[in-house]
Every structure is written in C-alpha cells, then in structure tokens.
Design a protein. Sequence first.
Length: 334
Amino acid sequence: MFDACRQVVIVTHVSADGDAIGSSLAMAEYLKKKGKMVRVIVPNYFPDFLRWMTDADKIVQYDRHRAAAKTYISCADLIICLDINEPARLDDLATPIVASNAKKMMIDHHLQPKRFCDLIISYPDASSTCELVFRLIDAIGGVGQLTKAAAEDLYAGMCTDTGKFSYNANDPDIYIILSELLRKGIDKDKINRRIYNNYTEARFRLLGYILSEKLQVFPELHASLFTLTRDELSRFKYLKGDTEGVVNMPLEIKGMKLSMYLREDTEKPRILASLRSVDDFPANRMAAEFFGGGGHLNAAGGNLPCTMQEAIEIAHKALEAYRPLLVDSHASQG
Ligand SMILES: [Mn+2]
C-alpha cells in the first residue's frame, strides 16, 4: 500500500489528543522521508500543548480550511485513518473521506472497528495508536529510517494515552519500543515537560476550583463525580483540552474505583461524559448503558442531549445501577 501511493492524506479524530496528533505526524514524517506527498487533516482545533511537534503547524484544520482540505482529499491515492474506529469520529470530515475513491487504511486501538477501510489494522489491546504505528514501521523494516522527530511524536502519543505509562501499559514490548525511541535521541524529560508542565494560569486555577468546589465523593461507592457548565468554563477562560486528564485525578483518592466527569459542550447543546475506572470495573459498559457512548474498560465516554441537571440525575442512576460492583471493597485493593 505504501509503495504504490504518491499522495497521502492522514486523518484523525475530532478534538485530537496526543496519540492522534503524535501518530499522524509520525506517520506523515515516515512517509515524507519515503518521498510521498503527505497532508495531515484534523476535524477541528487541537490543544496547544501538542503544537511543539515538528510540522504541527502544517496540520490542516478542516472546520477552518474546508476547501483546501477537500482538494487534498480529492488528490489523495491513500487515506490513512489513525486512532479512529468509525467515520463518526471524524465529525464533518467523515463526508469527504467516506466519499473518496482512494485506498483507505485504518490503524487503531479502539474496540469494534467499522468496516469503512480497505485495510484495517486494529488491536484493542495496544496501548496507543502510536505503538501500532511503531510496530507497523518495524514490521516493514523501517525503524532505521525513523527520524528523531517521528520518535518524539510516537513517544508523546504512547505517554499521553497511558497516563505516563500508568495504565494500559503492562505489555513488556512497550518498554522495548521506548528504548528504540530513546535511541533516536529524543529527550523524554523535555517532552514530558512540554506536554504536562504547560498549564496557563487560568487552567491551573480551574483545576483548583474543580477539586475544592466541584468534586463530589461517594465514599461507600468508591466513586466520584464533578461537573462543569459553560458559565464555569468561561469564568476560567476555558480552551479545548483544558480539562484533559483531570477526570483521572479523583482516582488518586485511596480506594477509588470510578471517576465521572460531566461537562456542558461549548459548541453543541449536549453534555459530554467522561468515565475512568480501575481494575475490572467496566467504564465502557456504564458509558454504553447510561451515556450513549462506549470506550475502553477503564476509559470511556459518551454524550447526552439533555440539560446538566438531567445528566446529573442519569449519573446518579448509573451509580445506583452499579452499586453492587462499586461497594465491593476488595476489587480495588489489588
Ligand atoms: Mn489513542
């Protein structure tokens, strides 16, 4: 597939995260070095803490540059869909991608991939799409040609999708891959600082507000919930990505099994739900049953077309429904 193509378009999911941008830019870098014309297109804004990556400034944002993006898509003979398992994850960008006659390839680690690509590389057990991109390049003998910039991108995606290698990161191969990336001369400490020590003052204070004013803990359920409305978000000059990862924090409270976060969407009239759990608590099942979503066992989400008050009621119903699994205090003591 790579040998035959000349013009490649790489796309990834709406509200791209570290794994989405990292895998896209690494793949782009690898293919550019092989002499291909490559464009990375994202559906919408992606957070500033990822913009240090080489060529991040060349990423085309579809909601702002539709005409240019459509031209690139119409010229492409290969479209690579990274970190997505279905066209819906592309938002409006799905229309021109699905309509294109170019060969399509999916590389992803989400459950139940939809069959909209000619070639599907799907490993839900993988830590990240970045890990899969590395494995693919390795399988075709390309690690030698992998540049330091690409290694930085892959490291960033693996690091962010595993919470700095604190979940989904028990596969020993991950650390062999990391050592290969370090051999490319990347400075992982500096990358960590660029990603994590990158708060604006407003974002830092929003975090304080969540933890001191908003977080509700249900000790007997080993669960917690916090919510943010549009008004609260604008008070703290919220930018997309500002609460990224915050839903993991309540799990640092001793004995916690489940963290729930409800946020009023700043664009559409809906509530976004984010769930994180530990051990075998099925966050994805709860997300599917109560929040119209899904995801991984320990990291899932969804959205509800309702008011915040209604969403909070649904969250309480979800907690009640899962009470038997939550109250059992043995599961989390591992
Ligand atoms: Mn991912």
